[in-house]
Design a protein. Structure first.
Length: 362
């Protein structure tokens, strides 16, 4: 037997080079099959041309999958915000406000990310039926904050928010896209159940576990006293010159982004009722600045024929510890209450209450 040959069962010989060619050919065939599956299925809708199929939310990476939702699910109304708004059910808003809502609230969503979503929405529909901004304190920041150390699934894939391009192939030729493509195929045969609904609604996995009141209290108060802060009366004096110097640059950018809209688009601002421990102390300098921020947002809403619904203040909702998992995240029964309150306020069925205020920016 010559060098470079290998006996198989003593009956014939095969050169080692043949093994290498077989392996290379097998690898090439596998890669071509994987690439074809990704390109044809296009699970993230990142390519200019792909199969016309119903794509589910094939994984829980919101920043990666929500652009596909905007591009393919025929929604005309959108909720934008952070995780404090993720439990707002679009179907409830559909029934109460009309339209086809998608909840695009992001876990840890920052204003600049929400502005990117707004740009994407306008690229698909320059005048959506309604936009609801679930405001949190990031919008009130005195400076433009972009950076943050994010876990892998919170990194923002800028490329998928731009125009569809074959150049995106370099981002989708990977194992994650391949397995998502397989899940899309399984979905066609009803063998895949996504965690995130087609309208973006997602109940955090932890919400399916038993609620532990003591653990929630530890998250709310830490090792400190378990008591709510009280308002400072009379409020801390803030000179008018200092108040006039307060700036809200994120809201300035949002106002500019919304300026092309015509009056047919309804623009709502809603502050989510985070726990009182996550709010600035009423009457403090920070508390007064927060109120000024709300007024600024209300002035933007007024330009679009709307007002701002405020629930981020001390109330029976925000001072009831059992309503919360932690300082920022309320429980599902509170989300249902918020939906009813917001719909009633925006449709004029009810006015201000002890748990909801209307901030008029006119």
């Amino acid at each position: 037997m010559a060098f470079g040959e290998h006996s198989i069962l003593g009956r014939w010989t095969v050169r080692w080079s043949s093994y290498i060619w077989i392996l290379l050919a097998g690898g090439l065939v596998s890669f071509v099959a994987m690439a074809a599956c990704i390109v044809i299925v296009d699970p993230w809708k990142a390519l200019p041309l792909s199969a016309s199929i119903d794509r589910p939310m094939s994984n829980n990476n919101q920043r990666l999958l929500y652009p596909m939702l905007v591009r393919t699910k025929n929604m005309d109304s959108f909720v934008l915000g952070s995780s404090t708004a993720m439990l707002i059910d679009p179907k409830k808003l559909d029934a109460g406000l009309g339209g086809r809502f998608a909840n695009l609230a992001l876990a840890g969503g920052l204003p600049w990310e929400q502005l990117e979503y707004l740009r994407l929405i306008f690229s698909q529909n320059p005048n959506p039926r309604a936009l609801m901004f679930a405001m949190d304190n990031w919008w009130c920041a005195p400076t433009l904050i972009y950076g943050r150390d994010n876990p892998e699934d919170h990194k923002f894939p800028q490329w998928i928010y731009r125009d569809l391009s074959w150049g995106n192939l370099r981002y989708v030729m990977n194992e994650e896209a391949f397995f998502d493509a397989l899940d899309v195929v399984r979905y066609q045969w009803r063998h895949f159940n996504p965690d995130i609904r087609d309208d973006g609604y997602w109940v955090f996995p932890s919400y399916f576990t038993a609620y532990d009141p003591e653990a929630a209290l530890r998250r709310l108060y830490g090792s400190g006293p378990r008591a709510h802060t009280e308002a400072i009366v009379p409020a801390v004096h803030v000179p008018d010159s200092e108040k006039l110097a307060w700036t809200f640059p994120w809201l300035d950018l949002l106002e500019t982004a919304l300026s092309p809209l015509n009056r047919s688009t309804r623009v709502f601002f809603v502050t989510m009722p985070v726990h009182s421990t996550a709010q600035a102390q009423p009457g403090s300098v920070d508390g007064q600045r927060d109120e000024a921020c709300k007024q600024r947002a209300a002035s933007i809403a007024a330009k679009h024929g709307s007002s701002m619904v405020d629930m981020r203040f001390h109330s029976t909702i925000t001072r009831t510890d059992d309503n919360y998992w932690d300082a920022l995240h309320y429980r599902i029964h509170v989300a249902r209450q918020i939906e009813e309150l917001v719909i009633s306020a925006l449709t004029g069925q009810s006015g201000p209450t002890s748990i909801l205020r209307i901030v008029d920016g006119k």
